[in-house]
Design a binder for this molecule. Structure first.
Ligand SMILES: Nc1ncnc2c1ncn2[C@@H]1O[C@H](COP(=O)(O)OP(=O)(O)OP(=O)(O)O)[C@@H](O)[C@H]1O
Length: 573
């Protein structure tokens, strides 16, 4: 419970404190003010009840009609406050959600947590981060607003209602118990508290498992959604291998997991409802029955009885907030735990324990690099083939060769500063590095975004984009530059994607290039043309190229063989 409340407070701090915090706090104050106005109207309604029913009892038409006007005024005021309150609440929801999302994105992207916290790479891997950032941030703020405003207004309301109930229930309940006369003064006040305390305890006992069930439900829903997204991402492979049935089974399994938990969830909600639903229905009537002894003893008038019932049910309804909102409370607890996990883990992405993490990283001067005594490990602790020592001068071209699975991609990850598992020393330049993977990303925004990644396409003039597209051999895609959205990149072949990635190098002109089978989908002539472009545009760049065939067009190059052959060979042009 402590960790949970600690987590909730940490999340509140992230959303509500910091620069421009006053805007959110001012909006929150307005929301509260309007809620208090609503409470004031409710208090007036209790007094109104007495006056109105007394007027009815005495057949006083003029007084009853006057009370109708009072009623209309109170309702108008209440409706205005509720409407404006909702509007301010929605603005505040957006304001705080934006801040929380911003903090989550900063941590998620900031220390490359999205890379380190993948399953298998970290002991605290984050499942479905997309759901946490997109949905949990929104849900947390939504529930926080509902719950916190309700708690505060209910406390204020409770004080007002109890004061009223105290004033009007100045009579005692008298009865005989085991021959002794018992008198309980102001019994209606004590009864309200006992009635609700007992009911709250029952609710909590019945609803306790809900939090865990809601938590699991959110995770399973996200897993199902992720499986659907994977079908979209791998549509061609699935369609070509007629994988529909396998996909269907995979989806069915995920949905079954949803159904299974859902059944438990609705079962538990049903059990909780067995108590809360009748309670909800009776809470406005039962107080009347409790007050009947006083009425029959003629301690109160009919109007007084109605006022008493109204004040009692206001006290009981306010005290019952916990009962009525048990489901929301379970949800906020689950959402807060998921979100706090995300923040705690991303603030300090932890690698797996027990695997050497002793790579000494230094900054080399210029665009040269060196590797000394490097040995890399997989996350499950398996040592990869030793990496031969090498010293690369600025402007050199290196072909990294080695059999499949020997650790070439892992080596590039280590060189770019990501791979944490290993020992030895790496000297790399501090800046000017650009790495291209085998499967480059294209973006569903525009072709320009793919060419300029990671820069902003608006920083590159269109004439330059056109020129570069022509140079990388994609004149047939020029008209796509004018398109927006997924249409702009729809159907691009892997070779075309790789050409777009090479275009990135021409745009950014890095001084140090890592190519991880970045031209594997191209024919030898096309590869040679693109490498010739690199030599022309980046004559001084150091290029490390992982490939299964020698990159002849990069000659002269040296070969850095990982695995059984440990010699470093020199090949002349
Ligand atoms: N996240 C990981 N978890 C477990 N094992 C991993 C992980 N990443 C890499 N490995 C293992 O490390 C080894 C080296 O993988 P790597 O991708 O670096 O090889 P590679 O030489 O680039 O292979 P290829 O030429 O086939 O692309 C492989 O056995 C791989 O299964």
């Amino acid at each position: 419970m402590n960790t949970l409340s600690g987590g909730i407070f940490r999340l509140i701090g992230r959303a509500a404190l910091g620069p421009r915090a006053w805007i959110g706090l001012a909006l929150y104050a307005v929301v509260l003010g309007l809620e208090f106005l609503g409470v004031w109207v409710s208090v007036q309604m209790i007094s109104w009840t007495r006056v109105f029913y007394d007027a009815l009892e005495q057949f006083d038409v003029a007084a009853a009609v006057a009370q109708l006007w009072v009623f209309a005024g109170l309702v108008g005021l209440w409706a205005g406050a509720a409407l404006f309150g909702q509007w301010v609440r929605d603005r505040l929801l957006l304001f705080w959600r934006e801040r929380l999302t911003d903090a989550a994105l900063q941590l998620w992207l900031g220390k490359a947590a999205y890379w380190h916290l993948r399953p298998g790479l970290s002991p605290a891997a984050v499942d479905n981060p997309d759901q946490r950032v997109a949905e949990d941030c929104r849900n947390f703020i939504r529930l926080l607003l509902v719950v916190s405003v309700d708690v505060i207004t209910n406390i204020v309301a409770l004080v007002s209602y109890v004061a009223i109930l105290w004033n009007i229930s100045d009579f005692a309940l008298e009865f005989e118990l085991f021959g002794a006369d018992v008198s309980i003064p102001r019994y209606m006040v004590w009864l309200a508290f006992i009635y609700v305390a007992g009911s709250t305890l029952i609710t909590h006992l019945l609803g306790k498992p809900l939090k865990g069930l809601v938590f699991r439900q959110e995770r399973r829903e996200a897993d199902f959604r992720h499986a659907l997204v994977q079908i979209r991402d791998n549509a061609t492979e699935i369609a070509q291998s007629r994988g529909e049935e396998a996909e269907r089974k995979r989806l069915d399994r995920r949905f079954l997991a949803i159904k299974d938990n859902w059944n438990r969830l609705i079962g538990r909600e049903f059990i909780l409802g067995l108590f809360t639903k009748p309670y909800y229905r009776s809470i406005l009537r039962v107080p009347l029955f409790f007050a009947l002894p006083a009425y029959f003893a003629r301690s109160v008038s009919f109007g007084g009885l109605m006022q008493l019932a109204s004040a009692f049910s206001s006290v009981a309804t306010t005290l019952s907030w916990f009962i009525f909102n048990y489901r929301d409370l379970a949800e906020i607890a689950a959402v807060a735990q998921r979100l706090d996990d995300l923040f705690v883990n991303t603030a300090d992405p932890k690698p797996l324990p027990g695997i050497p993490r002793a790579i000494r990283r230094r900054r080399s001067t210029g665009a040269g690099m060196s590797v000394d005594g490097l040995r890399l490990y997989t996350p499950d602790g398996k040592a990869l083939a030793p990496v031969p020592d090498i010293r690369v001068e600025a402007g050199e071209h290196i072909w990294i060769s080695g059999f499949s699975g020997v650790g070439k991609t892992t080596l590039l990850s280590a060189l770019s500063g990501l791979w944490p598992y290993g020992e030895g020393a790496i000297d790399m330049p501090a800046a000017g590095l650009l790495a291209l993977p085998q499967v480059p990303r294209v973006f569903n925004e525009s072709l320009a975004a793919a060419i300029c990644y990671p820069s902003d396409p608006s920083d590159v003039p269109e004439t330059r984009l056109t020129e570069i597209l022509m140079r990388v051999g994609m004149p047939h895609c020029l008209d796509r530059l004018a398109l927006d959205g997924s249409e702009a990149v729809e159907g691009l072949s892997m070779g075309e994607r790789q050409r777009l990635a090479i275009a990135r190098l021409l745009i950014h002109e890095p001084t140090f290039v890592l190519l991880d089978e970045a031209t594997s989908a191209l024919d030898i002539e096309a590869e040679a043309e693109l490498f010739a472009l690199l030599r022309e545009d980046l004559p001084n760049a150091t290029i490390l190229c992982v490939a299964h065939r020698p990159p002849e067009a990069l000659a002269p190059y040296r070969t850095w063989t990982i695995g059984h052959r440990t010699r470093i060979e020199r090949k002349s042009a």
